[in-house]
Design a binder for this molecule. Structure first.
Ligand code: TRP
Ligand code: MN
Length: 454
């Protein structure tokens, strides 16, 4: 076997393991044809970019940087629009500025974007008025509309996932390197958003302060190139293994291939079975990766994941994203952190304060209380402070649009208002104002600490 074949083979070993949450593709021949096309298609990201992100994540693991990861719960093909992509990017850049300013740490910016099209489901079927159809598994698999035709999984959607990822990533690359993300334009990212929010005003003041600092540095002759582009990466849940394997590429001279569908991939809470296909696939690729951990996870499973996914204890390789719920985080997290510390593992700890705090409103809308989200983040940060470990950052579901999906925040969305702009294809997202609110409140937690440390 040639070297390149051996490496390619490494991306196929998952087929010998049970793969949870894979769609029932009705047309095997069509699936094989799409997968063949994808395996010949250009990569969306390059190995060197993934390595750079791994180095950035290593800084997070050492406590020298913070991770800000965010975007839709589920991206949809219909929302591959300039406005939607702009909105999320501006929101994330604003949050990054707020966090950098407070923590005095570099913020590693990672979109939950350009590939977040597949969703795991608790039930494979959905029943409405006596009719049972396959559950919506994300635009990569089937459509949201409740008709037999739309809910049928269609392999062509994998090709569309690749195309929509490419289109989205193209605009992200243009915006982050083409002048839009220039730190001297920090004011303009707030334009078009509701300016009358408390956080919007607070942001304006911060932006003025940054303007003055930049002018000062410029006047002193400091070289401020490097501030004109933003470093930005993309990530998604690596759920559909046919898709991920088709986009896995070997690099000459490297012993592991790379997933080239995004810089960072994560394994969900429902697919992180130690004996399952997802852990096997992820163990074979060289990207920085993350695993979601729910409140019921055992220390043994976490140790097992560490051994399978980061046997060489490489800082930056493995991130644990904890989503325990506001009422559980303080019980669940300490044991895990202490055990991994004792093991000498250098993983990144990140808080997902969204998924453990989903509730049903009286209206039937799936929602999240802003205060519960904040409370989980606070618990996460406090546990780490007590243990002397680094609260590495947050992973959140957000949008730049003025949606009404989560309740609370500084412009208090009320439960009665949820129907006004409830647009998510899956879980409720923080809107622009709520995202900025969260950034400012999180910033205060890091700011206190920076003061004490100084
Ligand atoms: N290049 C740096 C970075 O990506 C600084 C920077 C430029 C920046 N534009 C930004 C930081 C926008 C945050 C937001 O971190
Ligand atoms: Mn979600």
């Amino acid at each position: 076997m040639k070297d390149s074949e051996a490496r390619h083979h490494a991306a196929e070993t998952w087929r010998r393991y049970p793969a949870a949450q894979q769609p029932d593709w009705p047309d095997e021949a069509k699936l094989r044809s799409v997968v063949r096309q994808l395996s010949l298609a250009p990569p969306l990201v390059f190995a060197a970019e993934c390595d750079l992100l791994r180095r950035r994540m290593a800084a997070v693991a050492r406590g020298e940087a913070m991770l800000l990861q965010g975007g839709d719960c589920a991206e949809t093909f219909g929302q591959t629009t300039a406005q939607s992509i702009h909105g999320k990017l501006k929101t994330l850049l604003q949050m990054a500025v707020v966090l950098t300013h407070a923590s005095a740490l570099p913020v590693v910016k990672v979109g939950r974007m350009a590939g977040q099209y597949a969703k795991p489901r608790s039930s494979g079927e959905e029943r409405r008025d006596g009719i049972v159809l396959p559950a919506y598994r994300g635009d990569a698999v089937n459509g949201l509309e409740f008709t037999a035709e739309t809910r049928q999984p269609d392999p062509d959607r994998l090709r569309m996932m690749y195309e929509h990822s490419a289109i989205t990533l193209n605009l992200i690359r243009a915006l982050t390197t083409g002048g839009f993300a220039d730190l001297r334009r920090v004011h303009t990212w707030n334009q078009g958003f509701v300016a009358d929010s408390r956080s919007g005003e607070r942001y304006e003041r911060l932006a003025e302060e940054i303007d003055r600092s930049l002018a000062f540095m410029h006047a002193c002759g400091v070289d401020t190139r490097g501030l004109d582009t933003a470093e930005f990466f993309v990530s998604h849940e690596g759920l559909l293994l046919e898709y991920e394997a088709a986009l896995t590429r070997a690099e000459p001279g490297m012993d592991r291939p790379y997933a080239t569908s995004g810089h960072m991939l994560w394994i969900g809470e429902r697919t992180r079975d130690l004996d399952g296909a997802h852990v096997e696939y992820f163990s074979r690729v060289a990207n920085p990766i993350a695993v979601k951990l729910g409140p019921a996870v055992s220390v043994d499973v976490v140790m097992g994941l560490l051994d399978r996914l980061d046997p060489n204890r490489e800082p930056g390789r493995l991130t644990f994203v904890v989503r325990a719920g506001a009422d559980r985080i303080r019980d669940v997290l300490p044991t895990l952190v202490e055990k991994l510390k004792a093991e000498g593992a250098q993983v990144c700890w990140v808080s997902d304060p969204m998924h453990g705090n989903t509730i049903a409103a009286a209206s039937g809308h799936k929602t999240r209380r802003f205060d519960a989200i904040l409370e989980e983040v606070r618990g996460f940060v406090e546990v780490h402070r007590e243990l002397g470990s680094h609260p590495g950052g947050i992973h959140v579901e957000l949008t730049g649009d003025d949606v009404t999906e989560c309740v609370g925040g500084s412009n208090a969305i009320l439960p009665e208002q949820l129907h006004q702009r409830y647009e998510t294809a899956c879980d409720p997202r923080l809107n622009h104002t709520q995202s900025l609110d969260l950034a400012f409140l999180l910033a205060e937690m890091y700011c206190d600490h920076a003061d004490r440390a100084a």
